[in-house]
Design a protein. Structure first.
Length: 490
Protein backbone atom coordinates (compact mmCIF):
# COMPACT_ATOMS: atom_id res chain seq x y z
CA UNK A 1 0.00 0.00 0.00
CA UNK A 2 2.63 2.53 1.01
CA UNK A 3 5.08 4.03 -1.41
CA UNK A 4 8.64 4.34 -0.17
CA UNK A 5 9.93 7.10 -2.40
CA UNK A 6 11.75 10.04 -0.93
CA UNK A 7 12.56 13.30 -2.62
CA UNK A 8 16.27 12.62 -2.19
CA UNK A 9 15.92 9.30 -3.99
CA UNK A 10 13.76 10.79 -6.69
CA UNK A 11 16.15 13.64 -7.36
CA UNK A 12 19.30 11.65 -6.74
CA UNK A 13 20.26 11.59 -10.41
CA UNK A 14 19.62 15.27 -10.92
CA UNK A 15 21.79 16.20 -7.95
CA UNK A 16 24.51 13.62 -8.64
CA UNK A 17 25.15 14.50 -12.28
CA UNK A 18 26.66 17.87 -13.06
CA UNK A 19 25.24 19.14 -16.32
CA UNK A 20 27.50 21.69 -17.97
CA UNK A 21 26.07 25.03 -19.00
CA UNK A 22 25.38 25.14 -22.70
CA UNK A 23 25.68 27.87 -25.25
CA UNK A 24 22.28 27.49 -26.83
CA UNK A 25 19.83 29.82 -28.47
CA UNK A 26 17.46 31.59 -26.17
CA UNK A 27 14.78 30.23 -27.87
CA UNK A 28 3.26 -12.27 -23.24
CA UNK A 29 1.12 -9.56 -24.01
CA UNK A 30 -2.49 -10.54 -23.24
CA UNK A 31 -4.68 -9.62 -26.19
CA UNK A 32 -7.96 -8.33 -24.76
CA UNK A 33 -10.64 -6.69 -26.87
CA UNK A 34 -11.08 -3.08 -25.87
CA UNK A 35 -12.14 0.25 -27.28
CA UNK A 36 -9.60 2.93 -27.98
CA UNK A 37 -10.00 6.57 -27.23
CA UNK A 38 -9.53 8.70 -24.16
CA UNK A 39 -12.60 10.00 -22.37
CA UNK A 40 -12.73 13.38 -20.69
CA UNK A 41 -15.61 12.33 -18.49
CA UNK A 42 -17.36 9.17 -17.37
CA UNK A 43 -19.21 7.53 -20.21
CA UNK A 44 -22.53 5.76 -19.77
CA UNK A 45 -22.31 1.97 -19.64
CA UNK A 46 -25.03 -0.31 -20.93
CA UNK A 47 -26.91 -2.09 -18.19
CA UNK A 48 -25.80 -5.66 -17.63
CA UNK A 49 -28.01 -8.19 -19.39
CA UNK A 50 -30.06 -10.35 -17.04
CA UNK A 51 -31.36 -13.87 -17.50
CA UNK A 52 -35.06 -14.14 -18.13
CA UNK A 53 -36.95 -14.10 -14.84
CA UNK A 54 -34.02 -12.73 -12.85
CA UNK A 55 -34.95 -10.89 -9.67
CA UNK A 56 -34.91 -7.09 -9.82
CA UNK A 57 -35.33 -5.16 -6.58
CA UNK A 58 -35.89 -1.42 -6.83
CA UNK A 59 -34.60 1.13 -4.35
CA UNK A 60 -35.39 4.81 -3.92
CA UNK A 61 -34.37 7.43 -1.35
CA UNK A 62 -38.12 7.87 -0.83
CA UNK A 63 -38.86 4.14 -0.57
CA UNK A 64 -39.78 1.97 2.38
CA UNK A 65 -37.82 -1.08 3.56
CA UNK A 66 -41.11 -2.83 4.33
CA UNK A 67 -42.24 -2.52 0.71
CA UNK A 68 -42.06 -5.34 -1.84
CA UNK A 69 -39.19 -3.82 -3.85
CA UNK A 70 -41.16 -3.42 -7.06
CA UNK A 71 -40.79 -0.33 -9.26
CA UNK A 72 -44.04 0.96 -7.75
CA UNK A 73 -43.06 0.13 -4.16
CA UNK A 74 -39.26 0.44 -3.87
CA UNK A 75 -37.16 -0.20 -0.81
CA UNK A 76 -35.29 2.65 0.84
CA UNK A 77 -31.95 1.01 1.67
CA UNK A 78 -29.62 -0.54 -0.93
CA UNK A 79 -28.21 -3.01 1.59
CA UNK A 80 -31.69 -4.31 2.42
CA UNK A 81 -32.22 -4.92 -1.27
CA UNK A 82 -28.96 -6.85 -1.57
CA UNK A 83 -29.91 -8.92 1.46
CA UNK A 84 -33.27 -9.82 -0.12
CA UNK A 85 -31.65 -11.37 -3.18
CA UNK A 86 -31.61 -15.13 -3.04
CA UNK A 87 -28.74 -17.44 -3.83
CA UNK A 88 -29.53 -17.15 -7.55
CA UNK A 89 -28.61 -13.46 -7.39
CA UNK A 90 -30.34 -10.70 -9.29
CA UNK A 91 -30.26 -6.93 -9.67
CA UNK A 92 -30.54 -4.06 -7.24
CA UNK A 93 -31.61 -0.99 -9.18
CA UNK A 94 -31.18 2.42 -7.58
CA UNK A 95 -33.38 5.35 -8.50
CA UNK A 96 -32.10 8.88 -8.79
CA UNK A 97 -31.27 10.77 -5.60
CA UNK A 98 -29.03 10.89 -2.55
CA UNK A 99 -28.61 7.84 -0.34
CA UNK A 100 -27.24 9.39 2.83
CA UNK A 101 -24.78 7.61 5.12
CA UNK A 102 -25.23 4.23 3.46
CA UNK A 103 -22.82 1.49 2.43
CA UNK A 104 -23.34 -1.66 0.36
CA UNK A 105 -21.55 -4.89 1.29
CA UNK A 106 -21.67 -8.00 -0.91
CA UNK A 107 -20.12 -10.96 0.92
CA UNK A 108 -19.73 -14.21 -1.01
CA UNK A 109 -22.46 -13.19 -3.44
CA UNK A 110 -22.86 -14.50 -6.97
CA UNK A 111 -24.64 -13.17 -10.06
CA UNK A 112 -25.42 -9.76 -8.56
CA UNK A 113 -25.75 -6.43 -10.35
CA UNK A 114 -25.97 -3.15 -8.45
CA UNK A 115 -26.82 -0.47 -10.95
CA UNK A 116 -28.41 2.89 -11.53
CA UNK A 117 -31.92 2.90 -12.96
CA UNK A 118 -32.15 4.05 -16.57
CA UNK A 119 -31.31 7.77 -16.74
CA UNK A 120 -30.68 7.97 -12.97
CA UNK A 121 -27.58 9.03 -11.08
CA UNK A 122 -27.89 7.63 -7.56
CA UNK A 123 -25.43 9.15 -5.08
CA UNK A 124 -24.07 7.06 -2.22
CA UNK A 125 -23.09 9.93 0.05
CA UNK A 126 -21.11 8.55 2.99
CA UNK A 127 -20.69 11.93 4.65
CA UNK A 128 -20.97 11.47 8.40
CA UNK A 129 -20.31 7.74 8.44
CA UNK A 130 -17.59 6.67 10.86
CA UNK A 131 -14.92 4.80 8.91
CA UNK A 132 -14.05 1.68 10.93
CA UNK A 133 -10.51 0.49 11.60
CA UNK A 134 -8.99 -1.42 8.72
CA UNK A 135 -9.93 -1.10 5.06
CA UNK A 136 -13.59 -0.61 4.13
CA UNK A 137 -15.52 0.56 1.09
CA UNK A 138 -18.71 2.47 0.48
CA UNK A 139 -19.32 -0.43 -1.88
CA UNK A 140 -17.47 -3.51 -0.65
CA UNK A 141 -17.17 -6.90 -2.34
CA UNK A 142 -15.83 -9.79 -0.27
CA UNK A 143 -15.13 -12.81 -2.47
CA UNK A 144 -17.94 -13.92 -4.79
CA UNK A 145 -18.42 -14.21 -8.55
CA UNK A 146 -20.16 -12.46 -11.45
CA UNK A 147 -20.70 -9.09 -9.79
CA UNK A 148 -21.29 -5.77 -11.53
CA UNK A 149 -21.24 -2.31 -9.94
CA UNK A 150 -22.31 0.32 -12.46
CA UNK A 151 -23.66 3.86 -12.72
CA UNK A 152 -23.17 4.93 -9.09
CA UNK A 153 -21.81 8.16 -7.70
CA UNK A 154 -19.80 7.63 -4.52
CA UNK A 155 -18.52 10.41 -2.29
CA UNK A 156 -18.00 11.70 1.23
CA UNK A 157 -16.29 8.69 2.88
CA UNK A 158 -13.65 10.44 4.99
CA UNK A 159 -11.58 9.93 8.11
CA UNK A 160 -8.65 11.37 10.03
CA UNK A 161 -7.73 8.05 11.61
CA UNK A 162 -4.37 6.43 10.92
CA UNK A 163 -6.00 3.05 11.58
CA UNK A 164 -8.76 3.43 8.97
CA UNK A 165 -8.54 3.21 5.17
CA UNK A 166 -11.64 4.54 3.37
CA UNK A 167 -12.28 3.33 -0.18
CA UNK A 168 -14.96 4.21 -2.70
CA UNK A 169 -15.28 0.71 -4.23
CA UNK A 170 -13.31 -2.05 -2.51
CA UNK A 171 -12.97 -5.72 -3.47
CA UNK A 172 -11.07 -8.14 -1.27
CA UNK A 173 -10.43 -11.87 -1.12
CA UNK A 174 -10.90 -13.78 -4.38
CA UNK A 175 -13.54 -12.61 -6.83
CA UNK A 176 -14.18 -13.80 -10.37
CA UNK A 177 -15.98 -11.77 -13.01
CA UNK A 178 -16.07 -8.45 -11.17
CA UNK A 179 -17.02 -5.45 -13.32
CA UNK A 180 -16.73 -1.89 -12.02
CA UNK A 181 -18.08 0.30 -14.81
CA UNK A 182 -19.34 3.82 -15.33
CA UNK A 183 -19.14 5.00 -11.72
CA UNK A 184 -18.03 8.37 -10.39
CA UNK A 185 -15.92 8.21 -7.22
CA UNK A 186 -14.90 11.59 -5.88
CA UNK A 187 -14.13 13.79 -2.87
CA UNK A 188 -13.26 11.18 -0.26
CA UNK A 189 -10.14 10.09 1.57
CA UNK A 190 -8.00 10.36 4.67
CA UNK A 191 -7.60 13.91 5.97
CA UNK A 192 -4.95 13.18 8.60
CA UNK A 193 -2.15 15.76 8.41
CA UNK A 194 0.68 13.93 10.21
CA UNK A 195 3.79 14.97 8.30
CA UNK A 196 5.75 12.09 6.80
CA UNK A 197 3.33 9.39 7.93
CA UNK A 198 2.82 6.44 5.59
CA UNK A 199 -0.05 5.35 7.85
CA UNK A 200 -2.30 7.84 6.04
CA UNK A 201 -4.14 5.79 3.41
CA UNK A 202 -7.24 5.80 1.20
CA UNK A 203 -8.25 4.60 -2.28
CA UNK A 204 -10.81 5.41 -4.94
CA UNK A 205 -11.17 1.91 -6.43
CA UNK A 206 -9.16 -0.91 -4.87
CA UNK A 207 -9.06 -4.61 -5.75
CA UNK A 208 -6.96 -6.74 -3.40
CA UNK A 209 -6.42 -10.41 -4.16
CA UNK A 210 -5.72 -11.63 -0.63
CA UNK A 211 -5.97 -15.41 -1.11
CA UNK A 212 -2.83 -17.43 -1.73
CA UNK A 213 -4.89 -20.31 -3.15
CA UNK A 214 -7.56 -18.57 -5.28
CA UNK A 215 -6.99 -15.72 -7.73
CA UNK A 216 -9.20 -12.77 -8.49
CA UNK A 217 -9.87 -13.20 -12.22
CA UNK A 218 -11.83 -11.55 -15.02
CA UNK A 219 -11.63 -8.08 -13.47
CA UNK A 220 -12.88 -5.09 -15.49
CA UNK A 221 -12.52 -1.47 -14.31
CA UNK A 222 -13.87 0.67 -17.14
CA UNK A 223 -15.32 4.10 -17.96
CA UNK A 224 -15.19 5.36 -14.37
CA UNK A 225 -14.31 8.87 -13.27
CA UNK A 226 -12.18 9.03 -10.11
CA UNK A 227 -11.15 12.44 -8.85
CA UNK A 228 -10.38 14.81 -5.99
CA UNK A 229 -9.23 12.14 -3.57
CA UNK A 230 -6.99 12.58 -0.50
CA UNK A 231 -4.92 9.41 -0.53
CA UNK A 232 -1.90 9.75 1.73
CA UNK A 233 0.53 6.93 0.86
CA UNK A 234 -1.96 5.01 -1.29
CA UNK A 235 -3.39 5.07 -4.79
CA UNK A 236 -6.42 6.22 -6.78
CA UNK A 237 -7.10 2.96 -8.64
CA UNK A 238 -5.12 -0.07 -7.47
CA UNK A 239 -4.92 -3.76 -8.33
CA UNK A 240 -2.83 -5.53 -5.70
CA UNK A 241 -1.86 -9.11 -4.92
CA UNK A 242 -3.35 -12.26 -6.41
CA UNK A 243 -5.17 -10.75 -9.39
CA UNK A 244 -4.70 -12.76 -12.58
CA UNK A 245 -6.39 -11.24 -15.65
CA UNK A 246 -7.71 -7.69 -15.64
CA UNK A 247 -8.64 -4.75 -17.87
CA UNK A 248 -8.45 -1.12 -16.76
CA UNK A 249 -9.81 0.88 -19.69
CA UNK A 250 -11.29 4.23 -20.65
CA UNK A 251 -11.27 5.73 -17.15
CA UNK A 252 -10.84 9.43 -16.37
CA UNK A 253 -8.58 9.84 -13.34
CA UNK A 254 -7.67 13.34 -12.26
CA UNK A 255 -6.84 15.78 -9.48
CA UNK A 256 -5.68 13.27 -6.86
CA UNK A 257 -2.69 13.57 -4.53
CA UNK A 258 -1.09 10.19 -5.17
CA UNK A 259 -0.68 7.54 -7.87
CA UNK A 260 -3.37 7.36 -10.55
CA UNK A 261 -3.29 3.66 -11.54
CA UNK A 262 -1.09 1.18 -9.66
CA UNK A 263 -0.48 -2.50 -10.41
CA UNK A 264 1.25 -3.99 -7.40
CA UNK A 265 3.06 -7.14 -6.37
CA UNK A 266 4.88 -8.49 -3.33
CA UNK A 267 3.37 -6.31 -0.64
CA UNK A 268 1.93 -7.90 2.50
CA UNK A 269 -1.38 -8.39 0.70
CA UNK A 270 -0.42 -12.05 0.98
CA UNK A 271 2.07 -12.90 3.71
CA UNK A 272 4.05 -15.98 4.63
CA UNK A 273 5.79 -18.28 2.15
CA UNK A 274 3.64 -17.09 -0.78
CA UNK A 275 4.53 -13.42 -0.42
CA UNK A 276 7.37 -13.26 -2.94
CA UNK A 277 5.87 -15.80 -5.33
CA UNK A 278 3.89 -15.39 -8.52
CA UNK A 279 0.54 -15.51 -6.75
CA UNK A 280 1.13 -12.24 -4.90
CA UNK A 281 1.24 -9.89 -7.87
CA UNK A 282 -1.06 -8.22 -10.37
CA UNK A 283 -0.52 -10.00 -13.69
CA UNK A 284 -1.86 -10.67 -17.17
CA UNK A 285 -3.65 -7.39 -17.70
CA UNK A 286 -4.31 -4.45 -20.00
CA UNK A 287 -4.34 -0.76 -19.10
CA UNK A 288 -5.68 1.12 -22.11
CA UNK A 289 -7.47 4.27 -23.20
CA UNK A 290 -7.31 5.99 -19.81
CA UNK A 291 -6.85 9.72 -19.31
CA UNK A 292 -4.80 10.49 -16.20
CA UNK A 293 -4.14 14.12 -15.29
CA UNK A 294 -2.91 16.24 -12.40
CA UNK A 295 -1.67 13.44 -10.15
CA UNK A 296 0.56 15.43 -7.78
CA UNK A 297 1.91 14.64 -4.30
CA UNK A 298 2.91 18.20 -3.38
CA UNK A 299 0.84 19.10 -0.33
CA UNK A 300 0.26 15.44 0.58
CA UNK A 301 1.42 15.11 4.20
CA UNK A 302 2.65 11.54 3.67
CA UNK A 303 5.36 13.04 1.43
CA UNK A 304 6.19 16.04 3.60
CA UNK A 305 9.94 15.78 4.16
CA UNK A 306 10.29 18.88 6.27
CA UNK A 307 12.02 20.97 3.63
CA UNK A 308 9.56 20.21 0.87
CA UNK A 309 7.53 17.44 -0.73
CA UNK A 310 8.59 14.41 -2.74
CA UNK A 311 7.38 14.63 -6.33
CA UNK A 312 6.45 10.97 -6.23
CA UNK A 313 2.99 10.52 -7.69
CA UNK A 314 2.98 8.53 -10.91
CA UNK A 315 0.14 8.71 -13.39
CA UNK A 316 0.47 4.98 -14.13
CA UNK A 317 2.76 2.75 -12.05
CA UNK A 318 3.67 -0.93 -12.29
CA UNK A 319 5.27 -1.99 -9.01
CA UNK A 320 5.88 -5.73 -9.03
CA UNK A 321 3.38 -6.59 -11.76
CA UNK A 322 3.92 -9.01 -14.65
CA UNK A 323 2.76 -9.48 -18.24
CA UNK A 324 0.85 -6.22 -18.54
CA UNK A 325 0.24 -4.06 -21.61
CA UNK A 326 -0.06 -0.30 -21.00
CA UNK A 327 -1.33 1.17 -24.23
CA UNK A 328 -3.02 4.24 -25.73
CA UNK A 329 -3.25 6.17 -22.47
CA UNK A 330 -2.90 9.92 -22.04
CA UNK A 331 -0.99 11.06 -18.96
CA UNK A 332 -0.50 14.78 -18.39
CA UNK A 333 0.59 17.27 -15.74
CA UNK A 334 1.50 14.70 -13.08
CA UNK A 335 4.65 14.20 -11.04
CA UNK A 336 5.75 11.17 -13.07
CA UNK A 337 4.04 10.14 -16.27
CA UNK A 338 4.59 6.40 -16.16
CA UNK A 339 6.85 4.23 -14.02
CA UNK A 340 7.84 0.55 -14.17
CA UNK A 341 9.73 -0.75 -11.13
CA UNK A 342 9.73 -3.10 -8.16
CA UNK A 343 9.97 -1.55 -4.73
CA UNK A 344 10.88 -4.80 -2.97
CA UNK A 345 14.43 -6.15 -3.29
CA UNK A 346 13.08 -9.71 -3.35
CA UNK A 347 10.51 -8.77 -5.97
CA UNK A 348 10.59 -7.99 -9.66
CA UNK A 349 8.60 -6.38 -12.45
CA UNK A 350 8.73 -8.17 -15.78
CA UNK A 351 7.24 -8.51 -19.24
CA UNK A 352 5.61 -5.10 -19.40
CA UNK A 353 4.73 -3.47 -22.74
CA UNK A 354 4.46 0.34 -22.66
CA UNK A 355 3.13 1.24 -26.09
CA UNK A 356 1.57 4.20 -27.91
CA UNK A 357 0.98 6.36 -24.83
CA UNK A 358 1.11 10.16 -24.81
CA UNK A 359 2.90 11.66 -21.82
CA UNK A 360 3.38 15.39 -21.33
CA UNK A 361 3.88 18.08 -18.71
CA UNK A 362 5.21 15.75 -16.02
CA UNK A 363 6.80 17.66 -13.17
CA UNK A 364 9.65 15.18 -12.64
CA UNK A 365 10.08 12.73 -15.55
CA UNK A 366 8.01 11.33 -18.38
CA UNK A 367 8.90 7.62 -18.11
CA UNK A 368 10.99 5.98 -15.38
CA UNK A 369 12.10 2.35 -15.47
CA UNK A 370 13.89 0.49 -12.68
CA UNK A 371 14.30 0.79 -8.93
CA UNK A 372 14.72 4.29 -7.58
CA UNK A 373 17.59 3.21 -5.29
CA UNK A 374 19.93 0.25 -4.86
CA UNK A 375 17.66 -1.48 -2.35
CA UNK A 376 14.85 -2.17 -4.83
CA UNK A 377 14.00 -5.08 -7.13
CA UNK A 378 14.76 -5.57 -10.80
CA UNK A 379 12.82 -4.70 -13.95
CA UNK A 380 13.29 -6.86 -17.05
CA UNK A 381 11.47 -7.76 -20.21
CA UNK A 382 10.27 -4.14 -20.43
CA UNK A 383 9.33 -2.90 -23.91
CA UNK A 384 8.83 0.84 -24.34
CA UNK A 385 7.81 1.61 -27.91
CA UNK A 386 5.77 4.02 -29.99
CA UNK A 387 5.19 6.49 -27.15
CA UNK A 388 5.08 10.28 -27.47
CA UNK A 389 6.79 12.26 -24.70
CA UNK A 390 6.92 16.04 -24.69
CA UNK A 391 7.76 18.81 -22.26
CA UNK A 392 8.29 16.74 -19.15
CA UNK A 393 10.31 17.92 -16.12
CA UNK A 394 8.38 21.14 -15.66
CA UNK A 395 10.17 21.52 -12.31
CA UNK A 396 13.30 22.31 -14.35
CA UNK A 397 15.52 20.43 -11.88
CA UNK A 398 17.66 18.81 -14.57
CA UNK A 399 15.71 15.56 -14.84
CA UNK A 400 15.12 13.84 -18.19
CA UNK A 401 12.23 12.78 -20.36
CA UNK A 402 13.22 9.11 -19.85
CA UNK A 403 14.96 7.93 -16.68
CA UNK A 404 16.63 4.52 -16.43
CA UNK A 405 17.15 3.65 -12.80
CA UNK A 406 18.64 0.61 -11.05
CA UNK A 407 18.51 -3.03 -12.17
CA UNK A 408 16.98 -2.59 -15.62
CA UNK A 409 17.98 -5.40 -17.96
CA UNK A 410 16.87 -7.33 -21.02
CA UNK A 411 14.66 -4.44 -22.06
CA UNK A 412 14.20 -2.12 -25.03
CA UNK A 413 13.25 1.50 -25.64
CA UNK A 414 12.62 1.92 -29.35
CA UNK A 415 10.57 3.89 -31.82
CA UNK A 416 9.50 6.64 -29.43
CA UNK A 417 9.03 10.36 -30.18
CA UNK A 418 10.79 12.22 -27.36
CA UNK A 419 10.78 16.02 -27.32
CA UNK A 420 12.38 18.23 -24.72
CA UNK A 421 11.16 21.82 -24.53
CA UNK A 422 13.94 22.94 -22.20
CA UNK A 423 16.50 25.01 -24.11
CA UNK A 424 18.81 25.44 -21.13
CA UNK A 425 19.05 21.76 -20.14
CA UNK A 426 17.68 19.68 -23.03
CA UNK A 427 18.08 16.32 -21.27
CA UNK A 428 16.46 13.44 -23.11
CA UNK A 429 17.61 10.15 -21.56
CA UNK A 430 19.45 9.52 -18.33
CA UNK A 431 20.77 6.22 -16.97
CA UNK A 432 22.14 5.96 -13.45
CA UNK A 433 25.47 4.33 -12.77
CA UNK A 434 24.76 0.57 -12.64
CA UNK A 435 24.97 -1.28 -9.35
CA UNK A 436 24.90 -4.94 -8.39
CA UNK A 437 25.37 -7.96 -10.62
CA UNK A 438 26.24 -7.35 -14.26
CA UNK A 439 23.31 -9.53 -15.33
CA UNK A 440 20.91 -7.09 -13.69
CA UNK A 441 22.18 -4.29 -15.94
CA UNK A 442 22.75 -6.13 -19.23
CA UNK A 443 21.00 -6.25 -22.60
CA UNK A 444 19.44 -2.81 -22.59
CA UNK A 445 18.64 -1.50 -26.08
CA UNK A 446 17.70 2.00 -27.23
CA UNK A 447 17.23 2.61 -30.94
CA UNK A 448 15.09 4.11 -33.69
CA UNK A 449 13.90 6.89 -31.40
CA UNK A 450 13.03 10.30 -32.81
CA UNK A 451 14.48 12.89 -30.44
CA UNK A 452 13.71 16.59 -30.74
CA UNK A 453 14.24 19.85 -28.93
CA UNK A 454 14.92 23.55 -29.26
CA UNK A 455 18.70 23.12 -29.71
CA UNK A 456 20.95 21.57 -32.38
CA UNK A 457 21.76 17.86 -32.17
CA UNK A 458 25.25 18.71 -30.98
CA UNK A 459 23.81 20.42 -27.89
CA UNK A 460 21.37 17.69 -26.85
CA UNK A 461 22.03 16.22 -23.42
CA UNK A 462 22.12 12.61 -22.28
CA UNK A 463 23.49 10.75 -19.26
CA UNK A 464 24.92 7.25 -19.57
CA UNK A 465 25.94 5.27 -16.50
CA UNK A 466 25.94 8.45 -14.45
CA UNK A 467 28.15 10.47 -16.85
CA UNK A 468 26.87 13.43 -18.81
CA UNK A 469 27.19 13.33 -22.61
CA UNK A 470 26.61 16.31 -24.89
CA UNK A 471 25.45 15.76 -28.47
CA UNK A 472 23.58 12.92 -30.13
CA UNK A 473 26.66 11.66 -31.98
CA UNK A 474 28.70 11.54 -28.77
CA UNK A 475 25.82 9.80 -27.01
CA UNK A 476 25.63 7.12 -29.69
CA UNK A 477 29.39 6.60 -29.61
CA UNK A 478 29.83 6.50 -25.81
CA UNK A 479 26.72 4.52 -24.94
CA UNK A 480 26.57 2.20 -27.94
CA UNK A 481 22.86 3.02 -28.13
CA UNK A 482 20.52 4.80 -30.55
CA UNK A 483 22.55 4.00 -33.68
CA UNK A 484 19.51 4.63 -35.88
CA UNK A 485 17.86 7.36 -33.86
CA UNK A 486 17.41 10.91 -35.13
CA UNK A 487 17.32 14.49 -33.87
CA UNK A 488 15.08 17.31 -35.03
CA UNK A 489 15.58 20.86 -33.88
CA UNK A 490 12.25 22.56 -33.25
Amino acid sequence: MSRFHTRAARRGLATAVVIPALAVPALLVVQWPFEGGAPTQTRPVAAAALPAGATVIHVSPNGNDSADGSAAAPLRTPQRAVDRLGSAGGTVELADGRYAAQRIVLANRRHVVVRAAAGARPVLDATGLVVPAGTSGVVEIRDGADITITGLEITGYRTRSLQAVPVGIYATGATSGLRIEGNHVHHLGNDNRTAGSFDINAHGIAVYGRSATASTTGLVISANEVDHLVLGASETVVVNGNVDGFRITDNSIHDNNNIGIDLIGFERTISGPARFTEVNRARNGVVSGNTVTRIISEGNPAYDEGDGYCNCAGGIYVDGGARITIENNVVADSDIGLEVASEWASGRTNDIVVRSNTISGSRYVGIAVGGYDRRRGEAFGITVTGNTLRGNNTLDDGSPEILLQYYVHDSSITGNLVTTTNAEYPLLVSRVRPAGDAAKNANLTLDNNAYAGPVPAASALFVWNGRAVTGLANWTRSSGQDAHSTWTQR
